[in-house]
Design a protein around this ligand. Structure first.
Ligand code: B12
Length: 231
């Protein structure tokens, strides 16, 4: 892998936002952190998509593994997520690019009880780049709020994110509420997040499970084909 991409991943795992951070052993102050390395990578014409898919995503996977094995604690996860939060605004202009016309309104949120928003934000940014009007409802969003917002915005697409096994059932609740209001045929529903699977999507009546933001763009194209529209 490109050395800069490897360095970004390494610094993300170490939770080093910028050059002020000392790192785990207190010896790294002054060396570039995630922010400076991301800027450097863009200056060297490394595509923003590569930075997301080859450095940030695998770095976060590794942080999750270290947490699961008890080597990292919650503050370590927070430090890594703060690195991504600072890197995304730098990457966003390139990820979004220029879009001539809207492909439709896409409502997105993380479900009730769940505060993980990094994946949701990446999906929102990539879909914005693919030409959708994103309405981001944030995290910890109840079924009632989703339905209210759907009615208000008349969005054609809904994306639900859950990272906890204890919150993924909220997706089923939201879809049931949408059906109860007679709105299910008006909206295509995509779901994602680490504990979610194809089988789960099928079980709860979502249209598709998406493993990442690219998958979401492709699944949306397949809807457009079904509808006879150009994606
Ligand atoms: C960062 C992180 C945190 C941060 C979140 C910061 C933030 N602002 O988001 C903090 C420290 C706050 C945190 C807290 C907690 N966390 Co946490 N966290 C993580 C970690 C390490 C990374 C998640 C992440 O950002 N990944 C990177 C992004 C890019 O990936 P992603 O979210 O999967 O999203 C991609 C795809 O899934 C998909 N996708 C996601 N959503 C959607 C939606 C749609 C519509 C589509 C189309 C696609 C899509 O596309 C995205 C982009 O490619 C994971 C480990 C892991 N491997 O997931 C644990 C993890 C999710 N956390 C976990 C736990 C236990 C917790 C806590 C309960 C810990 C605690 N005791 O406090 C709390 C819960 C807080 C709450 N109520 O939500 C567990 C969950 C276990 C489980 N099975 O339920 C995990 C799996 C860690 C572990 N291995 O044990 N966490």
């Amino acid at each position: 892998m490109n050395d800069l991409l490897e360095q970004i991943k390494h610094n993300l795992i170490a939770g080093r936002i910028d050059k002020e951070d000392e790192g785990f052993d207190g010896t790294m102050a002054g060396l570039p952190g995630v922010v400076e390395l991301v800027e450097l990578a863009l200056n060297k014409n490394i595509p923003a998509v590569d930075i997301v898919t080859k450095s940030l995503n695998p770095g976060m996977q590794e942080v999750g593994r270290l947490y699961e094995e008890g080597e990292y604690l919650t503050p370590d996860m927070l430090a890594a997520s703060e690195c991504i939060k600072q890197a995304m605004p730098i990457l966003k202009p390139q990820l979004i690019g220029e879009q001539a016309r809207s492909k439709g309104k896409f409502l997105i949120c993380t479900v009730q009880g769940d505060l993980h928003d990094i994946g949701k934000d990446i999906v929102a940014t990539m879909l914005m780049g693919a030409g959708y009007d994103i309405i981001d409802m944030g995290t910890d969003v109840s079924a009632g709020t989703v339905v209210e917002t759907l009615i208000k915005t008349k969005a054609s697409y809904l994306g639900l994110s859950a990272l906890l096994t204890s919150t993924m059932f909220r997706m089923e609740e939201i879809i049931a509420e949408i059906s109860k209001e007679g709105l299910r045929n008006n909206v295509k529903i995509l779901i994602g997040g680490a504990p979610v699977t194809n089988a789960f999507a099928e079980k709860i009546g979502a249209d598709h499970y998406c493993q990442d933001a690219f998958d979401a763009v492709n699944k949306l194209k397949s809807f457009k084909k079904e509808d006879g529209l150009n994606a």
